[in-house]
Design a protein around this ligand. Structure first.
Ligand code: FES
Length: 165
């Protein structure tokens, strides 16, 4: 997605520039070398990378917007579009797949009425499939924000999602 279509698709949130300064200056010393960590911190704050925040970051640390945009689109972990309050990552790596990961994936899609990569209408959940999150013996695994849910059966999914509403 180019810069103008990014503008078309995103409703920008109110940006707290003091908070951005805090991240860029206090946490990461205004240093270009810390770019990835700065982007991660901004994404933790907004759940995605708002264009206004990237524009501000660009002037603060002297990296052209196009370059920041390139970095943000290169890493799958970054999102340039608004995401839900809770990020549901379903693992579809081999170990999780053979233990029923696809069925859990379908169940989540049914319950939230969204497909992979989409955000629910109430903006509570974004669903993303991932390839192995490093705890294969617990498969099928779903990570919601920072919480891991392992050995998940399809009939447990609803109860777990309820905890995040
Ligand atoms: S394959 Fe799912 S955690 Fe490794």
């Amino acid at each position: 997605m180019n810069q103008s279509s990014l503008q078309d698709h995103c409703q920008e949130p109110d940006i707290d520039y003091r908070k951005l300064d805090d991240i860029i200056e206090n946490e990461f010393n205004n240093e270009k070398e810390n770019l990835i960590m700065i982007l991660q911190a901004i994404q933790r704050t907004y759940n995605y990378l708002p264009k206004q925040a990237l524009t501000y970051l660009s002037t603060k640390i002297g990296i052209p917007f196009s370059q920041l945009y390139g970095v943000a689109t290169f890493y799958k972990t970054f999102s340039l579009e608004p995401r839900g309050k809770n990020i549901v990552s379903i693992c579809l790596g081999t170990a999780c797949h053979v233990r029923g990961g696809a069925r859990v994936h379908e169940k989540i899609e049914d319950l939230l009425q969204i497909k992979d990569g989409e955000t629910s209408e109430d903006k509570l959940f974004t669903l993303e499939s991932v390839r192995c999150i490093g705890c294969c013996s617990l498969g099928p695994v779903v990570k919601i924000n920072e919480d891991m849910h392992g050995r998940l059966a399809t009939d447990e999914v609803s109860k777990i999602l309820e905890q995040y509403k």
